[in-house]
Design a protein around this ligand. Sequence first.
Ligand code: G3H
Length: 196
Amino acid sequence: PRNIYLSRHGESEWNVTGQLGGDPDLTVRGRKYAKCLSTFIDSEFTKEGKELPLVWTSQLRRTRRTVEHIPTMNLCWRALNEIDAGVCEGMTYKSIAEQLPDIAHERKKDKLRYRYPGGESYMDVIYRLEPVILELERQRGPVLIVAHNAVVRAIYAYFMNKSQDECPYIDIPLHTVFKLTTRAYGAEEEVFPLEI
Ligand code: G3H
């Protein structure tokens, strides 16, 4: 499609505690973002008299709740779920550094290729996103994707021609919409930090 809108989910309970993964719900702030996102989509489409975009989320609660005010059908992809942190799911970076220092060390050395024991690497995420990217490329109309930090990084990197090595470090803040406009070569971006 010409326009791809990318966002992370609204703030979750585990964003506040700093825990990785899981299936936490949104906080009050996160629910406010869900409303702001719906207002933003409304101003981009309905007010312009255009049809709403397709809305794709992960299968996790925090992304599904983030799109709940957008009055359109949405598709939940397992492939859009957050990177699986394996044995580190539910831990904070501090507790990983203290209790599993080898993991913290090895991941720092090669964040792109490091696979969490029992989980995934960024490369694993990049591979599992292939069907989503293929389907995205086939779409003629706009698509809004609401996913997670690592997943949005990988999709953003693909369309913005960033190298795989840069991908794990791209800054994708919460409560921000990235609007990508695809062209024959590469894409342009507009960034909308939404007031909450
Ligand atoms: O839960 C996963 C994080 O949002 C991804 O962050 O890959 O920079 O550790 P990281």
